[in-house]
Ligand binder design. Structure first.
Ligand code: AKB
Length: 315
């Protein structure tokens, strides 16, 4: 049975992943940690500890005390926030990662951390972006993600830490909103469609980015962590995606359910520049071949589910 430490457990991924892992591996075997505490199921349904991931000793003590054998390191600043606070992003995203890798090395833990489509840049091929390609991002977040991928490779080759990772696209979910990302518009649009029937997008018409519905992202994490290590040729993060769309396409899908939904634009130059530097659509062949990645939700199926779930939540 696994004993899993999750950092950043109250964030967009963590708040759903912890519940899934507790169902799979037992509530007491998943130790959720975050720099803050709130009154959610994550905090009450199993062990929870306050943890600032830049505090290496605190992370080690929590991992050791709980005898963990797996670390899922999620705590990080997303792209737009990292761009407005680059030094804080460097310290948190890189400092937290190296601390978590060190704990994994010392306690011989399996290790997962997400990378992102943000690990690509303007000179990367934009369409069907390959697994192994040019990675020269122009954002602090991207610099962190590429350095993070290399660091995970390094810990695998140098120390034998069983590191695994996914390059996530924008993740869409109804439980916990993302914060400070470039792809967040694709979550906000559903909330606003239900609340006010209209949405002003900070991302311009015609801007394609990869996206994935949270259930597919969670299944991908579990499948990759369970995958036979002998089959993994890549230790840097795997490209994974479920769909690629631009604002007009998601609006058209929403109008199938809410015909009067209106979309207009007030483009934010910072987030638009980040989006423009990212691929239009990435190629997930390596993930499919090496550990059987598959996604269940396309734009149509996700929109049906998102609107139904959010309607229940908001009403
Ligand atoms: C962001 O927009 O920063 C994230 C990501 C794609 O990594 N959602």
């Amino acid at each position: 049975m696994k004993r899993i430490l999750v950092t950043g457990a109250l964030g967009q991924i963590g708040s759903e992943l912890v519940l899934k892992l507790r169902k799979l591996y037992g509530a007491d075997n998943v130790i959720a940690t975050d720099i803050r505490k709130n009154d959610t199921e994550i905090v009450h349904s199993g062990p929870f500890e306050l943890l600032d991931v830049t505090d290496a000793d605190a992370m080690y003590q929590i991992a050791k005390k709980n005898q963990v054998d797996t670390i899922i390191h999620l705590a990080a600043l997303l792209s737009a926030t990292a761009e407005s606070k680059p030094l804080i992003a460097w310290n948190l995203n890189m400092g937290g990662l190296v601390n978590a890798l060190e704990v994994a090395r010392e306690l011989k833990c399996q290790f997962f951390t997400p990378s992102s489509i943000g690990a690509f840049g303007p000179t990367t091929p934009k369409d069907h972006t390959p697994q192994d390609t040019i990675q020269r991002p122009t954002t602090m977040y991207g610099v962190n993600k590429v350095a993070g991928e290399l660091l995970c490779d390094y810990y695998y080759h140098k120390f034998g830490v069983d590191t695994r990772g996914l390059r996530f696209p924008g993740l869409i979910s109804y439980m916990t909103p993302p914060g400070g990302g470039t792809t967040d518009y694709a979550v906000e649009i559903y909330y606003e469609a239900l609340r006010s029937g209209k949405y002003t997008s900070y991302i311009a018409k015609g801007t394609y980015m990869d996206m994935m519905y949270m259930p597919d992202a969670l299944n991908a994490i579990v499948a990759l962590m369970e995958a036979d290590p002998a089959k993994l040729k890549h230790r840097n993060s795997f490209n994974v995606t479920a769909m690629s769309f631009e604002p007009e396409e998601i609006a058209a899908e929403i109008r199938k359910h809410l015909p009067h939904f209106q979309l207009d634009y007030d483009v934010d130059p910072v987030r638009q520049a980040i989006a423009d530097s990212w691929p239009n659509s990435i190629d997930a062949t390596a993930a499919k071949e090496e550990w059987g990645f598959k996604a269940e939700y396309d734009l149509q199926k996700m929109t049906e589910d998102m609107l139904a779930r959010l309607e229940q939540k908001i009403s």
